[in-house]
Design a protein around this ligand. Structure first.
Ligand code: ADP
Length: 155
């Protein structure tokens, strides 16, 4: 068990389809703490860095265009094992293959227009949060319901 922060980006497909409220409600209901949130217009330079692992793919140009098609909402969520928790709520990359009940499984029929980006490991979450947020944009406030979210000492 470790308290982690993770990056979620509500992609242009979420913003354009009016799903910002639906998606953020899921994370709120799950019990994750919203530690940062902002609207931003992504740039080619930022996306070259963020998707560097896909630079040799034939669809690289298309993904970047799709991520710049409108502003996005960048969010930082915190919780115990938050990276894995958010990743499992996200579902498989291709919305057609993602399990129903996951965000992509419920809202996407596409590999590219798949609603959210979510960090895939604790190491990447740290790098990605530094890429998208300045330190003063991450807020460490406490939730009064904290003792109802986690049982101290649980495995
Ligand atoms: P994930 O977002 O599930 O971590 P990747 O890091 O592999 O997946 O890919 C990053 C993004 O690139 C995906 O979310 C999706 O928008 C896009 N992408 C990945 N694979 C494809 C594909 N085969 N065709 C179109 N877009 C893709």
């Amino acid at each position: 068990m470790s308290l982690e922060k993770t990056l979620v980006i509500l992609k242009p497909s979420a913003v354009q389809r009016g799903l910002i409220g639906e998606i953020t409600t899921r994370f709120e209901r799950k019990g994750l703490r919203l530690a940062g949130m902002k609207m931003m217009q992504l740039t080619d330079d930022l996306l070259n860095e963020h998707y560097a692992h896909l630079a040799d793919k034939p669809f690289f140009g298309r993904i970047k265009q799709s991520m710049m098609a409108s502003p996005v909402i960048a969010c930082c969520y915190e919780g115990v094992d938050a990276v894995q928790v958010v990743r499992s709520m996200t579902g498989a990359t291709n919305g057609r293959k993602a399990t129903p009940g996951t965000i992509r499984g419920d809202y996407s029929v596409s590999a590219q227009e798949n609603i959210v980006h979510t960090s895939d490991s604790p190491e990447n979450a740290i790098v990605e949060l530094n890429r998208f947020f300045r330190p003063e944009e991450i807020f460490d406030y406490s939730l009064p319901v904290q003792s109802y979210l986690n049982y101290e000492g649980e495995e």
